[in-house]
Design a protein around this ligand. Structure first.
Ligand SMILES: CC(C)(COP(=O)(O)OP(=O)(O)OC[C@H]1O[C@@H](n2cnc3c(N)ncnc32)[C@H](O)[C@@H]1OP(=O)(O)O)[C@@H](O)C(=O)NCCC(=O)NCCS
Length: 168
């Protein structure tokens, strides 16, 4: 466990983060209450919320949002502007007209398994599991589990035929 990121960069908001060794964090990031594993790189304009866990040797590209309830295993690539979702039926206020707090909504956990890659602009609905080594296409909206090694794209994301099948 390290005291902080391995590099210097300005304009970072870092609060109560468990850093592994040699983590690199670029500028304009907002990281709080999360865990980040060894050697992982966090690009600029990334926000990682309290409760999120990012493994070792991951690459998190710029402008990505990782919310509470998301667990990312080791060696995962997260493209630019990837959005995770943990509240499937969001409302600003509860039945009494007061702003919602954590008791008023259900957090849906998401797991991204080892070696998976999420293309830029992908949106990951809460409560899904993205299997080891899977590849999610740019701009995909993932609404269901993705099997290990599968390549998915589109909205809602569905399996893309493997290259050999396309020649027929
Ligand atoms: C999904 C992806 C892996 C597919 O790559 P591929 O296997 O080489 O597939 P192809 O480019 O041959 O496309 C196969 C089919 O899927 C479609 N397709 C490819 N990528 C798509 C995407 N992101 N969304 C929707 N459809 C897509 C193609 O139009 C093509 O359709 P067709 O068979 O009707 O002609 C790739 O296009 C992709 O989105 N990679 C993510 C890249 C990224 O975001 N990198 C981040 C850092 S820069």
């Amino acid at each position: 466990m390290a005291d902080g990121p391995a590099n210097d960069a300005g304009h970072r908001l870092i609060d109560d983060v468990d850093f592994g060794d040699d983590v690199v964090v670029y500028s304009f990031t907002n990281l709080y209450g999360c865990r980040i594993g060894d050697r992982t790189r966090i690009g600029p304009f990334v926000e990682i919320q309290r409760g999120a866990v990012v493994g070792a040797d991951c690459k998190i590209q710029s402008h990505t949002f990782i919310c509470d309830g998301v667990t990312i295993e080791d060696e995962v690539f997260i493209g630019h502007g990837v959005l995770f979702i943990n509240d499937k039926h969001p409302r600003a206020t509860n039945d009494h007209g007061q702003l919602q707090d954590t008791d008023d909504w259900e957090l849906l956990p998401t797991l991204v398994e080892r070696g998976a890659a999420l293309g830029s602009g992908a949106v990951i609905l809460g409560g899904v599991r993205i299997g080891a080594g899977a590849l999610v296409g740019a701009g995909a909206v993932v609404t269901r589990d993705v099997a290990a090694g599968e390549v998915v794209a589109g909205s809602p994301a569905s399996k893309i035929r493997p290259p050999a099948a396309r020649d027929n």
